[in-house]
Design a protein around this ligand. Sequence first.
Ligand code: SF4
Length: 283
Amino acid sequence: MVWSERQRAMLEVMGLRVWSAPAAAEPAVLAAAVADEAVPSAPAASPPAHEDATALTPPVSRRPTPAAQPIAAPVAAPGAVNAAGLDWPALRAAVASCTACALSDSRTQTVFGTGHLQAHWMIIGEAPGEAEDLSGEPFVGRSGQLLDNMLRAIGLSRHAGDTPDPARQVFIANTLKCRPPRNRNPLPDELARCEGFLIRQIELVRPKIILAMGSFAVQSLLRSSAPVGQLRGRVHHYQGVPLIVTYHPAYLLRQLSEKARAWDDLCLALDTVEAAGALAARV
Ligand code: SF4
């Protein structure tokens, strides 16, 4: 794969340095590096002289899509808000006026979600933080900037004006629509009650791929308490939609060494979507 200057710039913003193998080597060989990660093997080609000598080989590359591992479609937990059958305006109004859990007492406003309503990609995070609570939009601040850069690196955008193509658009939502006080972890009862809204959002968007970011999103969608590190790297399914588990951008800002794995997850998602599209084109 040949990286465009734009993609290179975006990867560098993510903290990933990339270089291409010389022409004599395999053309698709890529190298990406993070400075504080262990070296798994010698690189196929030496990096250019200007690269940091400690820059390491790539845990990151385009690769064959692992076999799908279906998971039984979750049903809304007991006590979940009932959003079945609501259209977008009714759903938005129901979220805005919701008092189904105690988080309604402390929120500034609900954080519904944002993006193209028929986006092929759906990103699901955890709970609003302070900036999201104030702005009403998910993934703002530094973690939002990192997410936008990651998405831009693979040609995606949350802003409808960037491209009219839904295949290049994302819809972003959180499992919880209200901020937990002092950014504490969501409580199981809060996640259970709010889940009906997320289920309806997924039904309405009907994405081709879901990226679940962070442990609470994963717990809600896959009904699994396994850590993200154990669940990432393969294709799961949620109600028949391929689902890729990856790290939350806020975690990546604290654990720089995991950015390369997050990039690997994005590449897996891209491969999965492309493979599904190629399959659909043949039938
Ligand atoms: S977190 Fe969800 S269930 Fe709780 S009040 Fe907010 S919208 Fe309602």
